[in-house]
Ligand binder design. Structure first.
Ligand code: ACO
Length: 340
């Protein structure tokens, strides 16, 4: 099956600012070992995760998005009124409708934007990035707020050790804009992208429970619990195979040898998947940015939070070539090379 078409889009769009937010509450591996049969040693050796953040009961995905967005707007030095496009990549919207992006629009007072959500699970932020890039490149919009955010803690079966140790909550945001002469001088921008999906793999990772496939129970007062079902090994294999190929394509479309990459910001699901991608590209460990030890897999938020942390910590420097790569339920995956 062919999953992607060549990306011949010129480099017109750049990242002007980033922001992120994670909830205050920390859930450590030791905390989890009190509720399921697991251990810090098992979780760290199989995934690299040490702790994750869990949103407060009333804290919604749009609340987290709004906090991350405000920081991205501030770092880009723009006002909310300048934003003409808002895209939120999430699989845990506040409600089935309206879109989480519309709640964010309301919270920010971004009244000049069109706002909508995109569903690509953990690849949601990169899908949002490429959709926004095409809007900007097409000349239809000039300043986009893209957000990856999820509150997966509401979908987790807290008795299932196979899944509950993996995930956390959070949000990350970026402002994309048409390149300015300064950006052109430094050649910063989105250089290439690969977006792909394989609907034959819907069964390896899914969250049934709410949606049109759900028959209402005889007692409509009983709302079914949505939970994550995952075939871990199948997800692992699909992630490594598909993302490695996507990375190679994105790098080649950017016209760079892999050795010219300064940093990879991969989806923060499992350090062993990151190692497999990195080794396939022949890159040393220090070129992969990791924060999964602190946050676990925050789904659509993971790359966005990592991008913001890499930027704010000085790990990303002007002119750096950066590979972003994500995969998630669908199966959906994406890779993109950017020059910072
Ligand atoms: N603690 C202790 N033991 C555990 C735990 C745990 N938390 N979870 C599973 N086990 C046990 C299982 O019961 C099983 O025991 P058994 O062999 O007696 O049956 C054994 O450990 C499983 O071992 P493996 O299957 O070999 O574990 P593996 O090395 O495959 O690691 C993992 C499992 C971490 C889930 C891995 O397969 C993985 O990371 N897969 C990818 C998951 C992923 O990235 N998901 C996110 C996708 S993004 C999105 O869209 C949300």
């Amino acid at each position: 099956m062919s999953h992607s078409t060549p990306d011949t889009t010129p480099c017109v769009t750049t990242i002007a600012g980033t922001g992120s937010y994670v909830p205050e509450r920390i859930l450590s591996n030791a905390d989890l070992a009190k509720i399921v049969d697991t251990s810090d040693e098992w979780i760290v050796s199989r995934t690299g995760i040490r702790e994750r953040r869990i949103a407060a009961a009333g804290e919604t995905t749009s609340d987290m998005c709004t906090k991350a967005a405000r920081l991205a707007i501030e770092s880009a030095g723009i006002t909310a009124a300048e934003i003409d496009l808002i895209i939120v990549g999430t699989v845990t919207p506040d409600s089935l409708f309206p879109s989480t992006a519309c709640y964010v629009q309301q919270n920010l007072g971004a009244s000049n934007a069109v706002a909508f959500d995109v569903s690509a699970a953990c690849a949601g932020f990169l899908f949002a990035m490429q959709i926004a890039r095409h809007f900007i490149n097409g000349g239809n919009r000039s300043t986009a707020l893209i957000i990856g955010a999820d509150k997966l803690s509401v979908l987790i079966d807290w008795t299932d050790r196979n899944t509950c140790v993996l995930f956390g909550d959070g949000a990350g945001a970026a402002i994309l804009r048409r390149r300015t002469p300064d950006d052109e001088a430094t050649a910063s921008g989105l250089l290439s992208s690969v977006l792909a999906s394989d609907g034959n793999l819907t069964g390896i990772l899914h969250a049934p429970g709410i949606g049109s496939a759900q028959t209402l129970p005889p007692n409509p007062a009983v709302i079914p619990e949505p939970i994550i079902h995952m075939m871990g090994k199948e997800v692992f294999k699909a992630a490594v195979k598909n993302t490695c190929e996507a990375c190679e394509t994105a790098i080649s479309r950017a016209g760079l040898p892999a050795a010219d990459l300064d940093l990879i910001i991969p989806h923060q699901a499992n350090v062993r998947i990151v190692d497999a991608i990195r080794e396939r590209l022949g890159l040393p460990p220090e070129k992969a940015f990791l924060n999964l030890q602190k946050y676990g897999n925050t789904s659509g938020a993971a790359i966005a939070i990592a991008l913001d942390e890499a930027s704010r910590s000085g790990r990303l420097k002007k002119g750096d070539n950066v590979l972003l790569v994500a995969f998630g339920a669908g199966f959906a995956w994406a890779a993109s090379v950017i020059r910072w």
